[in-house]
Design a protein around this ligand. Structure first.
Ligand code: BGC
Length: 751
C-alpha cells in the first residue's frame, strides 16, 4: 500500500493525459501553484534516501533528482564566462563532446569595466539561453569577491575593488540570468580573496569592514536581485570553513538577509558532517570519494537515525534545493535554449566594446589612421594566444575566438602589411587531462614547463626578430600581458609579482627605443606594473580577456570605429607595496602567517587606501580615456528623490569633442567631520551616458540611505549620521570635476 501512490504517479508521468490528471491531485506538479506550496506538497512524499539524494552530488555537477516523482536531476555548470565544457560524470576528464562549443563572454573584470549594469543583464541573458540549451539549472556565477590584492589569481573572474560597483554589476547579471529560468550562484561567500592556501587559510577581518567592503555585493544579490543560490568559499572565516560557517550562512545570510535559496559548497569545500549539517550548508558538491561517503549522505542519515540530527535540519535543506528547482521551472519544462546565436555573439562584442579601457594616449596616437600606415608590426605571445580554454573552472570551449592578430588582420584587410613576431617565449605548462581537487580545494596541477617543441625557440632570437620588425614598421602594436597559466590569471595559484612576466618589460623598452610609435595592448585580467616602460610608450589599452569577439573589438578601438568607454574597476598601483595588502610586506597581511591572514587595513581597500595614505596610483579607480572630451556643469543636490532617496545629485554633462562617446559620471560621497572614522570618499552612484558631439544631457543620480551610512557594530545597523556630506562628481576617483555639499538634517538607521 505504501508504494501505491508513487507507482500510480510514475505511470501517470509517462502519459501526458494522465500527467495532467495527476497534476490536478499532486499540487507540486501544478505550475500555477506557488513555489512554496509546491515544495510543501512534495516534501512529505519523499523518502529519507530521496531527500538525501537532493542535497549532495551524484556526479561532478549534478544531484540525483527523484525520477519516480518526476523531479529531474539538477545540473550545474561553471560559470561565470559561459557554459563550461562537459566533463566526465565522475572525473574532471573532458567528455570529448562536440555540442559544447559555446559563446565565450568577456571576463567578469571586463564586464565590471563597462560600468553598465544593463550590459550585465544582457550578459546574464546569454548565459541563461546557453545554459538551458545544455540543460543546466544552476550557473556557477557571478563571482563577486572584492579585489583586495591584485595578485589574486582569480581577479579576472571578479568585479573589481569597490562594493557599490560590484553590487550593481552583479545585480544586472543575476537578473538577466534568472529572467532566463536559470539560477545564478553567487560565489564565493565570503572573503575568498587569494588563491594561496585557499583551502586552509583563515581570514580575520573586523565586523565593520566585513559589512562595508566584503559583503555588500552578496547582500545586494540577495536583497535586490533575489539570487537563488550561493556558493561557500574554500577559506575559513574566524576559524570556521566558509562552506559551513554558522555566522556567515545561518546568522547573516539566512537570518538577517532572509535568503531562502540554497547554499552549496565549493567543490571539495565540505569538511565535517556536524558542521555541514548544522552550519548553513544545503548542498554538498565536489567532495572526494564515493558519493555515499559525502558528509551530507550516509553519515548524515546515520545521525538522523541515531536521533542526533532532527529531521527538520534535513527538511530545511531539501526545501531550499526544491525551491530553486521550482523557481526556475525545472520541474515544468523550461523554454528551449539557444547556443552560439548571432545575438549572443553581438552581446559578447558589445560588452567588450564598452569594457576595454584606454589608459594612455599621448599626442592622440590613437585612433590609428590606416591611410597613413603601410606597415604594422604586431608583437607578442598574446597577439596569437587563445585564452578561452584556460584559467581552470572558468575555462570555456569557445565556438570561436578572434585573437588580437586575427582581429587586426580582418580589420586591415590588406590595406597595410602586417607582420607578427612572438618577441617573448611564454612558457606553456602542460594542461592536465584531469584536474583533481584535494580536500583543501587546491587543484593538482603540473608545474613543469612542457618540453619541446617550445624549447627549440630561443628567447634572445625571438626578441631580436621583434625589434627588427618594429624598426621597419610605421606603427607597432605590442600585445603584452598575462595569460591563464599557473601564477598568471588563474584559479589555484596567485601571481608572484605585479610585473609583466617573460621579459616583456625589457622587450617593450627595446622596441620603443627603435620605434616610438608603439601601442601596448594589455591582455590581462588584473593590474600590472608599468614602471619604467610606461613613460616611453605613447598609448596603452587595457583589453582584459575580451571574449570570443575580443580581437575584432580591439581592432575597432585601435582604428577608431569604436570610441573606448571602459573605466577601471580597480586601482592600478605603481608598485605592489602601494596596495594595502602588501604595504607592510608582512606575511600576516598576505598570504597569512600561522594559517591566518589579517585584514588589518580594514576599510582602506583599493582607492580608499590611496586616498587615506596619499599614495599616488599609476591609474586610479574609475579612470579611462575616450577619443572625445566631456564637460561637467550645473551641479545641484536636492533632498529626496526616487525610490526613497535621501538626496538626488543632478548635473549636466556635455560632449565637447568631435566624436560620439560615452562618459561614466561617478559620484563619490565624502563625510565632513564624521563621528566615526570613515574613508575619505566612497563611490555611491554612477551613470553611463552616451553623447553625440556637442550634445548636453542632464544626469540624475539618487543617493539612498545606505549611501550615507556606515555599519554600526554596536547597533547592528546601518547608520547615516546627520551632518554635512561633500558630493564629489567626476570622471574618476581622482579627477573630480564638480563638487557640492548636502546636509542631512536627521539621522537615519536602516537594517
Ligand atoms: C571553484 C568554483 C567552481 C567549482 C566547480 C572550484 O574549484 O572554486 O568557483 O565553481 O570549482 O568547478
Amino acid at each position: 500500500m505504501k508504494f501505491l501512490p508513487a507507482l500510480t504517479l510514475s505511470i501517470a508521468l509517462c502519459c501526458p493525459a494522465l500527467r495532467a490528471q495527476e497534476a490536478a491531485k499532486a499540487r507540486y506538479l501544478d505550475p500555477a501553484v506557488s513555489v512554496d506550496e509546491r515544495v510543501e506538497d512534495l516534501l512529505p512524499r519523499l523518502t529519507l534516501e530521496e531527500k538525501l539524494g537532493l542535497i549532495h552530488a551524484d556526479s561532478k555537477f549534478s544531484t540525483a533528482g527523484v525520477p519516480r516523482l518526476g523531479i529531474p536531476k539538477m545540473w550545474m555548470s561553471d560559470g561565470p564566462h559561459g557554459v563550461r565544457e562537459e566533463i566526465s560524470l565522475n572525473s574532471w576528464r573532458p567528455a570529448g563532446r562536440t555540442d559544447d562549443f559555446v559563446t565565450w563572454m568577456p571576463a567578469s573584470i571586463l564586464l565590471a569595466s563597462t560600468w553598465n549594469p544593463e550590459l550585465g543583464m544582457a550578459y546574464g541573458g546569454v548565459i541563461a539561453d546557453e545554459a538551458r540549451m545544455r540543460n543546466k539549472h544552476i550557473m556557477l556565477g557571478p563571482g563577486v569577491n572584492i579585489q583586495r590584492t591584485p595578485l589574486n589569481g582569480r581577479t579576472f573572474e571578479y568585479l573589481g575593488e569597490d562594493p557599490w560597483l560590484a553590487s550593481r554589476m552583479a545585480i544586472g547579471t543575476i537578473r538577466g540570468m534568472q529572467a532566463g529560468d536559470v539560477a545564478a550562484c553567487v560565489k564565493h561567500f565570503a572573503v575568498n580573496n587569494q588563491e594561496v592556501e585557499r583551502g586552509r587559510v583563515n581570514v580575520e577581518v573586523d565586523e565593520r569592514t566585513l559589512r562595508e567592503i566584503y559583503l555588500p555585493a552578496f547582500e545586494a544579490a540577495v536583497r535586490e536581485a533575489g539570487v537563488l543560490s550561493f556558493m561557500g568559499a574554500y577559506n575559513k572565516f574566524r576559524g570556521q570553513h566558509c562552506c559551513h560557517n554558522d555566522y556567515l550562512l545561518n546568522k547573516v545570510l539566512k537570518d538577517e538577509w532572509g535568503f531562502r535559496g540554497l547554499v552549496m559548497s565549493d567543490w571539495g569545500g565540505t569538511h565535517t558532517t556536524d558542521e555541514a549539517v548544522r552550519a548553513g550548508l544545503d548542498l554538498e558538491m565536489g567532495s572526494r570519494g564515493a558519493y555515499d561517503d559525502y558528509k551530507l549522505a550516509r553519515s548524515f542519515r546515520e545521525g538522523i537515525e541515531r536521533g542526533e540530527y532532527p529531521m527538520a535540519l534535513l527538511d530545511d535543506k531539501v526545501r531550499r534545493c526544491l525551491r530553486v528547482l521550482f523557481a526556475i521551472k525545472g520541474v515544468d519544462g523550461r523554454p528551449a535554449g539557444s547556443q552560439n546565436t548571432r545575438a549572443h555573439q553581438a552581446t559578447a562584442r558589445k560588452v567588450a566594446e564598452e569594457g576595454m579601457v584606454l589608459l594612455k594616449n599621448a599626442n592622440a596616437l590613437l585612433p590609428l589612421d590606416l591611410t597613413k600606415i603601410k606597415r604594422i608590426a604586431v608583437i607578442g605571445d598574446n597577439a596569437v594566444r587563445t585564452q578561452a580554454h584556460g584559467g581552470q573552472s572558468s575555462e570555456i570551449k569557445a565556438f570561436y575566438e578572434i585573437t588580437p592578430l586575427a582581429g587586426l588582420l580582418a580589420h586591415v584587410d590588406g590595406r597595410a602589411d602586417i607582420t607578427h613576431s612572438l618577441g617573448v617565449l611564454a612558457p606553456k605548462y602542460r594542461r592536465l587531462e584531469a584536474l583533481t581537487y584535494d580536500v583543501t580545494g587546491a587543484a593538482q596541477t603540473n608545474e613543469e614547463p612542457a618540453p619541446a617543441p617550445e624549447s627549440t625557440l630561443n628567447p634572445a632570437e625571438l626578441a631580436d626578430r621583434a625589434v627588427a620588425a618594429a624598426k621597419e614598421a610605421d606603427v607597432v602594436i605590442f600585445v603584452a600581458g598575462l595569460n591563464h597559466e599557473r601564477h598568471n590569471d588563474t584559479e589555484s595559484s596567485d601571481r608572484l609579482s605585479l610585473e609583466l612576466p617573460y621579459g616583456q618589460p625589457e622587450l617593450i623598452a627595446r622596441i620603443t627605443a627603435v620605434n616610438p610609435r608603439t601601442v601596448v595592448v594589455l591582455v590581462a585580467g588584473s593590474p600590472v606594473a608599468m614602471d619604467p616602460w610606461l613613460e616611453k610608450v605613447p598609448a596603452v589599452l587595457q583589453a582584459w580577456y575580451a571574449g570570443m569577439e575580443g580581437g575584432n573589438v580591439l581592432a575597432s578601438i585601435l582604428f577608431g570605429d569604436i570610441n573606448p568607454s571602459g573605466r577601471l574597476p580597480c586601482t592600478f598601483p605603481r608598485k605592489l607595496t602601494d596596495n594595502p595588502a602588501h604595504a607592510s610586506g608582512l606575511a600576516r597581511h598576505y598570504p597569512g602567517e600561522a594559517g591566518t591572514v589579517h585584514y588589518d587595513e580594514g576599510l582602506l581597500v583599493g582607492y580608499r587606501w590611496n586616498d587615506a595614505k596619499n599614495v599616488e596610483p599609476l591609474f586610479p579607480f574609475g579612470y579611462g580615456l575616450s577619443y572625445t572630451t566631456f564637460d561637467y556643469s550645473g551641479l545641484k543636490i536636492a533632498a529626496g528623490g526616487d525610490a526613497g532617496a535621501l538626496a538626488t545629485v543632478e548635473l549636466e554633462v556635455s560632449n565637447t569633442g568631435a566624436r560620439a562617446g560615452a562618459e561614466v559620471v561617478q559620484v563619490y560621497l565624502e563625510p565632513v567631520a564624521p563621528a566615526v572614522p570613515r574613508p575619505v570618499q566612497e563611490l555611491k552612484g554612477f551613470a553611463k551616458v552616451l553623447l553625440q558631439p556637442g550634445e548636453k544631457r542632464t544626469v540624475r543620480i539618487p543617493l539612498g540611505a545606505r549611501a550615507f551610512s556606515y555599519y554600526s557594530v554596536e547597533r547592528k545597523a546601518w547608520v547615516a549620521d546627520a551632518g554635512e556630506y561633500r558630493i564629489n562628481v567626476g570622471h574618476s576617483s581622482r579627477e573630480l570635476k564638480v563638487r557640492g555639499a548636502f546636509k542631512l538634517t536627521t539621522a537615519v538607521e536602516t537594517r
